[in-house]
Design a protein. Sequence first.
Length: 133
Amino acid sequence: KQYAPKLLIGQAAAVGISTPSESTQWLPVIIRWLMKIDDKSVQFGIQYVGDKMTPVRVRTMGAGVKEETVHDALRLELRHSSRTLQTIIAPSGVFRKGHKIELIQGDQTSTVRCAQLLEALTATDRFSFHSQT
C-alpha cells in the first residue's frame, strides 16, 4: 500500500529536487491547485516560496499578548538578485504587524519584528519580518 498525504490548497509543503551530487535539495512551496485524475493519481500546482527553509519555534511576546505561546514554524529565505526576503510560515494568529516575536533555533534565540502579512492561508500565515539589532 502506498502512502499518499492529504494535500490541501494553500498548504505549505517541501519538494525534493535531485542535485548533480546525487543529494536532494528540499525547497519550500505552497500548493496552489489540485486535480484528481483518477483513484490513484492527483496533479497539483505549486508556488516556490524560498531557496532555504529552516524549522524554528516562535514565541509571541509583548503588550496585548495574553499568554506567551511557543509554536512550530518555518523560516524561509528567498534570494532574488542582490536582495533576500526573509519570511516565516507560522500558525494563524502569530502575525501581528509591528509586534515582536522570538525565533528559537536549537539553543539560539533572536528577536524579530513582524513586518508584512504576505498571505493568510487556511491554518497558517506567511509574513516578512525585520531582525532587531
